[in-house]
Design a protein around this ligand. Structure first.
Ligand code: 13P
Length: 287
């Protein structure tokens, strides 16, 4: 059964580790992530952007697929199905269609409108036992069509949004979606420390997990990050493994063109990436 992200993140914050949010794109992705979480005895959050949900035929289809897998694959670790960077309308729809967690990305609204809309999402989520992530200070780069300016969050605004009763808070601290540019300045730990000071026990979320050096991720976890989002890294690993299979001519040998064979190396690559991240985040054995 899907669970809200609240309990797993409260435990992570107290235990000074982080739970990975891995974005899903199709059945193979979902299966690879769920099996790895089970093997690692780790809690996990499946992230679904609005674009990915559309690609997979809507929130309803995604929830049906994930619930089916939990049962058939005997997944017993805590799993949350989370809307990533949702608009207001998408957050309402995802809650209606069986998601157990939603992110309402109101970072492009002014603070007042962000607060009003966040409050309404929280009200509905509370009725259904669904966790809510809010964002302050846009995360840089592009996430499935959602473009952020990369501004650093204001710790006082973080406190204001945290006090509304969100479950977790994403704060921009120089992190960017996708691959980091050569001249990237790194995470702003000074601001992160201030946000953590102001928001106390609130689990903080680090977006743009792809390509952040391991030492920086670990340091961010010591400063209150309890959820790290990873998307691009799984996509790159999947693409590289699939490319190799085809470049090696394996699709032309025997029944190598069978999608169950052709996609298998990519699935293995996702599993390896997810396992590596769970080890880095410290969530292995924490289910
Ligand atoms: P990356 O694609 O950079 O790993 O970011 C993922 C993310 O933050 C999803 O919200």
């Amino acid at each position: 059964m899907l669970v809200s992200a609240k309990e797993m993140l409260t435990k992570a914050k107290a235990g000074k580790y982080a739970v990975g949010q891995f974005n899903i794109n199709n059945l193979e992705w979902t299966k690879a992530i769920l099996l790895t979480a089970q093997e690692c005895n780790s809690p996990v959050i499946l992230g679904v952007s609005e674009g990915a949900a559309k690609y997979m035929c809507g929130f309803n289809t995604v929830a049906g697929m994930v619930n089916g897998m939990l049962k058939t694959l005997n997944i017993t670790v805590p799993v949350a199905l989370h809307l990533d960077h949702g608009s207001y309308d998408a957050a309402l729809q995802a809650m209606e269609d069986g998601f157990s967690s939603v992110m309402f990305d109101g970072s492009h609204y002014g603070i007042e409108e962000n607060i009003e809309k966040t409050k309404e999402i929280i009200r509905i989520a509370n009725e259904k036992g669904i966790s809510v992530e809010a964002e302050v200070g846009a995360i840089g780069g592009e996430e499935d069509g959602v473009i952020g300016g990369g501004e650093v969050a204001d710790p006082d605004e973080c406190k204001m949004i945290a006090d509304l009763g969100v479950t977790m808070l994403a704060a921009g601290i120089g992190n960017i979606h996708g691959v980091y540019p050569e001249n990237w300045q790194g995470l702003n730990f000074e601001v992160l420390a201030k946000i953590q000071e102001k928001t106390g026990t609130m689990p903080l979320v680090l977006h743009g997990g792809t390509g952040i050096p391991a030492e920086m991720v670990k340091k961010a976890i010591t400063l209150g990050v309890s959820k790290v989002n990873v998307n691009t890294e799984c996509q790159l690993a999947f693409a590289a493994a699939t490319r190799k299979y085809i470049e090696d001519g394996k699709d032309q040998q025997g029944k190598g063109f069978d999608p169950r064979k052709l996609l298998a190396p990519g699935v293995e690559a996702i599993k390896e990436t997810v396992k590596e991240k769970m080890e880095l985040f410290g969530s292995v054995g924490k289910a």
